[in-house]
Design a binder for this molecule. Structure first.
Ligand SMILES: C[S@@+](CC[C@H](N)C(=O)[O-])C[C@H]1O[C@@H](n2cnc3c(N)ncnc32)[C@H](O)[C@@H]1O
Length: 487
């Protein structure tokens, strides 16, 4: 595994998707300058990809790392669709469906730095797996790079899929095949990305924006993503209704000062709540004076949430749809809100694109969520949170990534606020002070209880829970608000 402690912190690095057209020459120069295993691997990968494939039936996506404006490292992925024959001709396992074959990285001298490599590969794998969702991922790397082999086998849980070949250098093909293995690879890649992003200043480059610019958004299987609801899977409405109602009671008083600090568009205005759930939160919010005269639309993917919402909040317009593809007209909303939604998405990049599309120019995106990267407390609770992060396809640290990603969709961060949620209230009622909400011990644990609903986490959750209630320990986590304006 990469050891982040050995690396220079906050290196000035830029990570960018490279256009096949515009950057071909730069990639070629890098290849010839890099007298490394990576260069011959890159050639081998291109050859495999090209072998007998009719033009246009495979796609290449390249990611580059730049130091002081110079391309120092690049990694590539070739996408094959139902081309078992081509794959096996290239010495790769014959696999159906979409196969992502990753090659890399090719590195010039200054690019041969673990920080650069980790940032490049973490970004490539994370964005590829969370957006493209291949049926299988193969990675061809030089056998002479034990550090890279360890990264892919230990962190991404890839297994050997093809025997070593001699493609100008001894190479090995590792892979993940099928939904279970690909899911593990994604979770590992995301963890590596979050760990690695501490060492570099580079924001996550939007793959959605890149594909849009290249005219290749068809590479994203939107139909598949549209039916995905990570939140609802292990939960029941019966359990979640009281939890969401309690959450609304805690959060809304804190939000009042945030709302007052923001210049909302004047009424009449159109407000879209994405992932509205049963509508408890948005119904309470709609009564705030700042929203007098607003028209509210509540959207949720879960039919039971929409049914419940329609029955209880008939004045709202309710739609059952995915935040990835709302089917709402372009530039039709003044405000879009995502409250406790983003942590439950696997492809936030795509939702940001959809939000930028439906917002009017100058319109606001209002995001509210917890951020688990701000957890402070005893190791047993920290371990439960980290374990949950390692098995949950949603991302409870996504607010760290959002400002960088959103800016690439023309959504500029104009306000951010954070309130520390603690367990230090003297009684049962929450105590509000600037940037802090003190809850009772039970109430803070209740907010975290969603984590314990996944069966895999149960054991760690029970251990953390009994420690929490027997030790009298404190812990805290931030509730963060981010407001963006569409340019
Ligand atoms: C934690 S609940 C939050 C509900 C509400 N915003 C609140 O704060 O009370 C998350 C909601 O997002 C919905 N959801 C999850 N993924 C979604 C998606 N891709 N598109 C639309 N809704 C989604 C779930 O069905 C669920 O109702």
């Amino acid at each position: 595994m990469f050891d982040s402690k050995q690396c220079e912190p906050r290196m000035e690095l830029e990570i960018r998707w490279l256009s096949s057209h515009h950057h071909e020459e730069q990639i070629r120069q890098l290849r010839s300058a890099a007298q490394s295993d990576g260069a011959s691997l890159e050639r081998a990968g291109s050859a495999v990809a090209a072998a007998g494939t009719p033009p246009g039936s495979r796609d290449a996506i390249h990611l580059g790392a730049f130091v002081a404006g110079c391309l120092v490292s690049a990694a590539s992925v070739y996408l094959f669709r139902d081309e078992s024959e081509t794959l096996s001709r290239g010495g790769l396992p014959a696999l159906p469906g979409t196969v992502a074959h990753c090659i890399g990285p090719v590195e010039a001298e200054p690019g041969r730095d673990p920080v650069v490599r980790r940032a490049l590969l973490g970004t490539l794998q994370f964005m590829l797996l969370s957006l493209i969702r291949p049926d299988a991922v193969l990675v061809t790397i030089a056998e002479s790079s034990p550090e890279l082999c360890a990264y892919f086998t230990e962190s991404l849980k890839l297994q050997e899929k093809a025997p070593p070949t001699s493609a100008g250098c001894r190479s090995i093909t590792l892979g993940a095949v099928g939904p279970k293995e690909v899911r593990l690879a994604l979770l590992g890649a995301r963890q590596q990305y979050h760990a690695g992003s501490l060492d570099v200043s580079a924001p996550l480059p939007s793959l959605v924006k890149h594909l849009e610019r290249e005219g290749r958004l068809d590479l994203v299987d939107i139909e598949r993503l549209k039916s995905e609801n990570l939140y609802i899977q292990p939960l029941s409405l019966k359990d979640e209704l009281p939890r969401l109602a309690a959450q609304t009671r805690i959060v809304l008083p804190e939000q009042r000062s945030r709302l007052a600090a923001i210049e909302f568009p004047p009424a009449p205005a159109d407000f879209l709540d994405l992932g509205a759930g049963p509508g408890v939160y948005v119904a309470a919010l709609s009564k705030e004076p700042v929203f007098a005269g607003y028209r509210f639309t509540a959207l949720d993917l879960a039919p039971e949430m929409v049914l419940f919402g329609k029955l209880n909040r008939p004045k709202f317009r309710w739609i059952q749809a995915s935040a990835y593809d709302t089917a709402e007209p372009a530039a039709s909303y003044d405000v879009v809100q995502g409250v406790f939604l983003f942590v439950h998405l696997m492809s936030p990049d795509l939702v940001l694109r959809e939000i930028a599309r439906v917002l009017k120019p100058g319109g606001l995106l209002y995001v509210l969520d917890v951020n688990d990267s701000t957890f402070r407390g005893p190791p047993v609770i920290g371990e439960m949170i980290e374990f949950h992060t390692s098995i949950y396809e949603g991302d409870r640290k996504v607010l760290d990534l959002l400002p960088g990603l959103a800016s690439q969709h023309g959504l500029r961060l104009i306000n951010k606020f954070a309130s520390q949620l603690t367990n230090q209230a003297p009684g049962i009622d929450p105590v509000y002070s600037p940037d802090r909400i003190d809850l009772s011990r039970e109430a803070l644990w209740g907010m975290a209880s969603l984590i314990g609903q996944r069966p895999e986490v149960r054991q760690k959750f029970d251990a953390a829970q009994s420690y929490y209630f027997s030790s009298g320990c404190d812990f805290s986590v931030e509730l963060q608000t981010q407001v963006y304006r569409r340019g």
